[in-house]
Design a protein around this ligand. Structure first.
Ligand code: GLN
Length: 520
């Protein structure tokens, strides 16, 4: 790289794509580069590698708003030029998972049932992005209504992992993480109900954060499982995620579950972690998250990450959380139960699709035909499981028991956090699997969430940070750092210290995508 490029003057489009959001923001503020240039470089990148969903591209996006993005970029450039106070991420492009409402773009949730629906309001987080001068590029692909672990349940075709286009980028927010990994966006928003930010982060070699439940407004997030859903940041570095976290977090009276508490100082923690060691930090390795079902290369990368934490001065101990073994079955009763109720609103009258409304049919029949045509197989499976779990004859044995298991999991966390500041585990038991490999086996698909779900059930904070690649297939592995509720900063500090000690950039994996660029 020449000195001119390094200083930013005349930075090439490709160089801009490999920078993290922190460095982009620095150059934008120093006026070494304009937001219009940065935005244009990302739009060109999307054009080059995203494809049209037909199977040859990353397909991270369901909708790209080039005109809107360039207009927002111009506004950010003017604000920076005016010299007034602008937020740290002003002018930086971002991708938004397509289950958050936007007035200027469609919101599909990856479902046919929302065909043609235009939300009349922006989600609070989208409003916050706009107010902070970030530049929304478009809406990213997801498993239908965020139900899945691979994006294969999207009605619009799967996204592909930029590391290997035959593999899944995780889910449900695979589009957001794939966009960040492929250099299509430096930042993205995801939502995490059972792992949908962290698991895609792990398998695409990017950072993904589930903040403490209730600390980021869900107003305008299309509800899946309301006691679990949480919006959070995706980025290429821990500090990038922290900067975005502080833009989106904070109390919102329009979300009745919003916590009215100060936002944990996550940027300060990420900076402190990157600068300092972990002397005196008590790190608990969850002993249940190992052994059978864990890919050897994943276990090896995780063990090495734990060694690094020890070298940084952390006191590493093993902790047992025996009730975590109930997390998966409990989640797959609680989440579908809440989904079956939340998805009742798609009644053919209020939103999007309406099938068979020719005057000859009853309202019930139109509703039934619309839901039959509009929902995909996994969504129907969840509605059936949830409706059954909540029915009078099964409620105590299924839903009730799952709630008791949830309480035991919360108690395990409480006990573990009495002796540990953070807990760590692999984020996922395996690396990215092949597209099609698990689609006919829901249980195998659900296993992808084994390590991420406990934090959703308990509501605490958790980060996935890249921890190298698996020796058996060369694909990325994620280290999960879990912290108590409202102590998100602890997870950021440990993740940032680890990231800095590892010292490897998590920039976009451009080589795999060269062929695609060449073919266009
Ligand atoms: N994969 C999990 C599920 O299918 C989690 C999804 C999510 O976090 N949105 O429910």
């Amino acid at each position: 790289m020449s000195d001119t490029q390094r200083s930013g003057a005349g930075a090439s489009g490709e160089e801009l794509l490999s920078l993290d959001a922190t460095e982009l923001a620095r150059r934008l503020h120093a006026r070494e580069v304009s937001s219009v240039e940065v935005t244009r470089a990302h739009l060109e990148r999307i054009e080059a590698v995203d494809g049209d969903g037909g199977g040859d591209g990353v397909h991270a996006f369901l909708h790209v708003d080039a005109d809107g993005a360039l207009a927002a970029a111009e506004v950010a450039d003017r604000a920076i030029a005016d010299g007034g106070p602008v937020s740290p991420l002003a002018g930086v492009p971002i991708a938004v998972k397509d289950n958050m409402t936007t007035t200027d773009m469609p919101t599909t949730c990856g479902s046919r049932i929302l065909d043609g629906w235009r939300p009349p309001y922006d989600a609070t987080v989208v409003g916050r992005l706009r107010a902070a001068g970030l530049v929304p590029l478009g809406k990213t692909n997801l498993d239908e209504f965020a139900m899945g672990s691979s994006t294969e349940n999207s009605a619009f075709g799967p996204s592909r992992n930029p590391w290997d286009l035959t593999r899944i980028p995780g889910g449900s927010g695979g589009g957001s993480s794939a966009a960040v990994a492929a250099g299509e966006a430096p930042l993205a928003l995801g939502s995490d109900t059972g792992g949908s930010i962290r698991q895609p982060g792990a398998v695409t070699g990017t950072v993904g954060v589930k903040p403490t439940y209730g600390t980021v407004s869900r107003f305008g997030l299309v509800a899946f499982s309301s006691s679990l859903d949480q919006i959070g940041p995706c980025g290429r570095s821990v500090l990038d995620a922290a900067l975005l976290h502080e833009v989106i977090a904070g109390h919102d009276p329009r979300d009745q579950t919003s916590v009215d508490a100060p936002v944990p100082p996550v940027v300060e923690a990420a900076l402190a972690g990157a600068r300092g060691d972990l002397a005196g930090v008590r790190v608990g390795v969850v002993s249940e998250f190992a052994g059978e079902g864990y890919q050897p290369g994943v276990s090896a990368a995780f063990t090495d990450a734990v060694r690094v934490l020890g070298e940084l001065g952390a006191d590493v101990v093993e902790v047992s959380c025996p009730s975590f073994s109930y997390a998966l079955p409990a989640y797959y009763l609680i989440a579908p139960s809440e989904a079956s109720s939340n998805l009742a609103r798609f009644d053919a009258m209020r939103y999007g699709l309406r099938v068979g409304d020719d005057g000859s049919r009853s309202t019930d029949d139109v509703m039934s035909l619309t839901r039959e045509a509009g929902f995909g197989a996994e969504v129907k499976r969840r509605i059936m499981i949830g409706t059954h779990a909540l029915s009078a004859g099964s409620y105590d044995a299924l839903y009730g028991k799952a709630q008791k298991a949830r309480t035991l999991i919360v108690r395990d966390f409480t006990a573990a956090f009495e002796t540990c500041d953070v807990l760590v585990s692999p984020t996922t038991p395996t690396t990215a699997f092949r597209i099609g490999e698990r689609i006919d086996d829901p249980l195998a698909m659900y296993l992808a969430d084994l390590c991420t779900i406990p934090s959703n059930l308990a509501g605490n904070a958790a980060i996935s940070v890249p921890c190298g690649t698996s020796a058996d297939d060369g694909l990325p592995v994620g280290l999960q750092v879990m912290a108590p509720a409202l102590a998100d900063d602890r997870a950021y500090r440990v993740a940032a210290a680890y990231e800095t000690a590892r010292g490897e950039s998590t920039g976009p994996r451009i080589p795999e995508l060269r062929a695609l660029e060449g073919s266009r």
